[in-house]
Design a protein around this ligand. Structure first.
Ligand code: NAD
Ligand code: LMR
Length: 324
């Protein structure tokens, strides 16, 4: 058995936490031979609820779960961590856009960025789930300047999973046969779910569906699915978000086996996206690292959609300039 790694989850007493922790503890993310120590962060008023979550984790008797830490101190939560899920933050209500959360949630990520730099392992892998996740990741990264920016990412895997789900339903095929939809840009309404390279059972998705369905139904459905879930459920997506966070971290940790996975990561100028913006690109993960697929021949429409996302994310970045 390998030595245990430390894994932090913030907002661990919240809805996503309640679905995420069990998947981490069961070995779904880091592997069936990788024990973990869960380090759970909450705000002080939620510590009692967090203790209830800890009791249930103990009662689940997971062989891979070697210890559990509950704390309201970010330095304790992130101490020696190899992987961190930054979930803790407020979800939107049905009358809000995700970007409306930047004022409420942005400040959380300055202190947490500092604490990650001070306390976590130098090669820690961080995924930000709390919205607006691209800009919150930008804030955390900029408050941890002693770490490699590649330690920081934000989650657009839920959007990719939603896109694969839509194609699977449309074509009546199991979702496992669908791959390689690319999510470009922001986990916000401007995101571009791009099926140009998507495959179903090895064939191009574009040869199986009408172009009108892609632009008129698929793209808006994926981009606004978060709102649709809030309206239908009366609460923000939680189980699907947790599952996608596991997919994101699992592939980063264990590899994506040649599949393109969408991750929002600090741009190095790929596809004309300004350096440093946290932008979703097609990535292939291997050997505990990711590389951006940089040689896709994109058309004018994709270029326009990328520019739209650069504009939206630049606007969010300017709105939090005091936190960077
Ligand atoms: P929730 O309200 O159920 O839970 C959030 C938890 O965070 C609460 O327990 C709260 O006490 C805690 N918290 C608040 N501030 C904190 C801080 N400073 N430190 C630690 N914990 C803190 O919300 P949820 O449904 O779990 O959603 C969490 C976030 O994830 C929201 O911002 C939501 O919009 C976002 N989200 C993102 C995606 C995505 O695809 N990126 C998908 C779904 C939800
Ligand atoms: C989602 O996509 O489900 C989350 O980001 C929640 C939201 O506010 O849309």
């Amino acid at each position: 058995m390998k030595p245990a790694i430390r894994v932090a989850v913030t907002g661990a007493a919240g809805n996503i936490g309640y679905a995420l922790l069990w998947r981490l503890a069961s070995g779904d993310c880091f592997g069936a031979d990788q024990p973990i120590i869960l380090q759970m962060l909450e705000i002080t008023p939620a510590l009692e609820r967090l203790n209830g979550v800890k009791m249930e984790l103990v009662d689940s008797a997971f062989p891979l779960l070697h210890d559990i830490v509950c704390t309201d101190d970010a330095n304790v939560a992130f101490k020696d961590c190899s992987a961190i899920f930054l979930v803790g933050s407020r979800p939107r209500t049905k009358d809000m856009d995700r970007s409306d959360l930047v004022a409420a949630n942005g400040p959380i990520f300055t202190g947490q960025g500092n604490a990650i730099e001070k306390s976590a392992k130098k090669d820690v892998k961080v995924v930000v789930v709390g919205n607006p996740c691209n800009t919150n990741a930008l804030i955390a990264m900029n408050n941890a300047k002693g770490l490699d920016p590649r330690c920081f990412s934000a989650m657009t895997r839920l959007d990719q999973n939603r896109a694969h789900g839509q194609i699977s339903e449309k074509l009546g095929v199991p979702v496992a046969k669908v791959s390689d939809v690319v999510i470009w840009g922001n986990h916000g309404d401007t995101m571009f779910p791009d099926a140009s390279w998507a495959k179903v059972d090895g064939a191009a998705v574009t040869s199986k569906v009408d172009a009108d369905w892609l632009t008129g139904a698929f793209e808006p459905t994926v981009a606004t699915r978060g709102k649709a879930v809030i309206v239908a459920r009366g609460a923000s997506s939680a189980a699907s978000a947790a599952s996608s966070a596991v997919d994101h971290m699992r592939d980063w940790w264990q590899g994506s086996h040649g599949r393109m996975v969408s991750m929002a990561i600090p741009s190095q100028g790929w596809y004309g996206v300004p350096k440093g913006l946290i932008f979703s690109f097609p990535c292939i993960c291997e050997g505990g690292d990711y590389r951006v697929v940089t040689d896709l021949e994109i058309d004018d429409r994709t270029r326009e959609q990328i520019a739209r996302n650069v504009a939206a994310l630049s606007e969010e970045r300017d709105a939090v300039a005091n936190l960077l």
